[in-house]
Design a protein around this ligand. Sequence first.
Ligand SMILES: [Fe+2]
Length: 491
Amino acid sequence: MLARFIRQRRDEQQAVPMAVAAVASRGSTAALSSLVLLVLVLVLVLASSALPASLAVTSPYVRPPARATLPLLLQDDDDADGQTPQQVHISMVGPDKVRVSWITDDDAPATVDYGTSSGEYPFSATGNTTTYSYVLYHSGNIHDAVVGPLQPSTTYYYRCSGAATTTPSSSRELSFRTPPSTLPFRFVVVGDLGQTGWTASTLKHVAAADYDMLLLPGDLSYADLVQSRWDSFGRLVAPLASARPWMVTQGNHEVEKLPLLEPKPFKAYNARWRMPYDVSVSPGAGAGAVPSGDNLYYSFDVAGGAVHVVMLGSYTDYGAGSAQLRWLRADLAALDRRRGGRRPAFVLALVHAPWYNSNEAHQGEGDAMRDAMEVLLYGARVDAVFAGHVHAYERFKRVYAGKEDPCAPVYVTIGDGGNREGLADKYIDPQPAISVFREASFGHGRLEVVNATHALWTWHRNDDDEPVVADQVWINSLAANPACNRSKKKM
Ligand SMILES: [Fe+2]
């Protein structure tokens, strides 16, 4: 691709002098007017070559080949009693509690013992256990327990199903760090993760980041009906997901409906990745969110209410009259009722199918959802919308109704976590004016909300096995922009 790009540039540069020579040989009035035209063309060519690269870039990066799906991560060798906690992951529940989720092969109590010193667990919480069946597959015991209230920015040591342990290995200790209660706040954003060699590369780079919370805009395991792949995915991500909150929403690969056999969608996803959809925290109490009543969409606050995150469901009803649309309207309206009029400095939204996309893959698949919800996000002055689904990276300008708008969200497609389907490397040509940067490579993004007015977005390409910052932009808070004062705009 790089060679083709260089060749195209060379051809463009050679074309003009060759045409000038052809016109000069005619020596007529017509030739003179043609010459004037050519001078204009020459000026345009030179001007276009002088444009800053950030205006519209289709990256010429030549990427390494795809990598195979990792072998199944089978049960740990030390699980002699079937009670070893596995696939541990955590998520935030309100401003100061954490849900710990884990699986044991056999019966074990849904208890989490925890404290701030290694090996000492003065606190304990007991939660719930569930299981599910999918055709011939029967899950292990899926436990979850909510611990807290916890201190912010604090490392907690914990042990799952500890009371039932009979061997030292199954009482193994884990730790997580709670997010800060004030800015700055550091997110990692990674979509369409899967479980391939590139997933491992992405996770390695994420692990090297000092971040507070991971956001995943759908398509987690790529189990695609093979339920044991949900287990292997859980084991693959557990070292990271047990240490920082992972807040996820669903993609098309989570649906897993099978005609007649499994008519209920999201069976494995809902059982394994329970999110805080039912948490009621009064706005202004440090973290506000309107409970959605459905695990497929929800919202939460971080950094003491400075950032509000809306997780939307692209594969459940979102149209007029839907429960999701009603909830979204109520959740965004509640931002204006914060105590003392303190709206969050930043509002973020995550969807799976992108609403703006100049990749040839999945064209138009997010349009209906955009038609139903874009006006609400725009009216609420959402700062950025992150999507997955398209296996590539793309960043747009601030866009509303297809046009650049200074009070609209920045749109980012970050569906390049490392899935087994490979990259989407065919783009619509020419690059639309609203698309700033696009590249089909695996990687992850980071959003550091530095203060109440500025957030830094960076995209980290998996360049071979090294993380490379290939795109970055400062995002200014719309809440801090007087020109985007909501009272002056129609919703
Ligand atoms: Fe997808």
